[in-house]
Every structure is written in structure tokens, then in C-alpha cells.
Design a protein. Structure first.
Length: 76
């Protein structure tokens, strides 16, 4: 089921919508139609429930170069 995240350009509220067919997306706060679709993150299941991802695998890396990175080489 496709769930999309949006940000209203008029009032700035962020919200989600399930979109099953082409439809006009309206802000739930101000009813504005100028909305921007955001890049969604994946979530995974843990003991605490669904936990959103924290971004790319390189997020916590402190290296100055990706040359030796196992993720970059595809071996992670």
C-alpha cells in the first residue's frame, strides 16, 4: 500500500497519505493544495515497534574517504 509523505508549502505542516489512484492531495491543516512530496524513509520492525531508518549506511561514518568502505564496495 503506497504511503506518501508531503509538506504543505502554505503552512509547513508535514503529513502522510495513502494514495491508491491519482488524486488531488490537500493539506489537512489549511486545506492548501500546494504540497511537496517528500522523500520517504524505510522503517524496520524491532521490539519497540516500527523504527524509521536513520538514513544511509554512511551516516555515522567519520572517515575522510570512502575508498576503504565495505558499504561502498558492496560487501556490507
Amino acid at each position: 500500500m503506497p504511503i506518501y509523505e508531503y509538506r504543505c508549502e502554505s503552512c509547513g505542516v508535514e503529513f502522510e497519505r495513502v494514495i491508491l489512484r491519482p488524486t488531488r492531495v490537500v493539506c489537512p491543516r489549511c486545506q492548501g493544495t500546494r504540497v511537496e512530496r517528500l522523500l520517504s524513509r524505510f522503517a524496520h520492525w524491532s521490539e519497540q515497534g516500527f523504527v524509521p531508518s536513520v538514513g544511509s549506511a554512511c551516516g555515522p561514518c567519520t572517515a575522510r574517504s570512502c575508498a576503504g568502505c565495505p558499504v561502498k564496495r558492496g560487501s556490507a
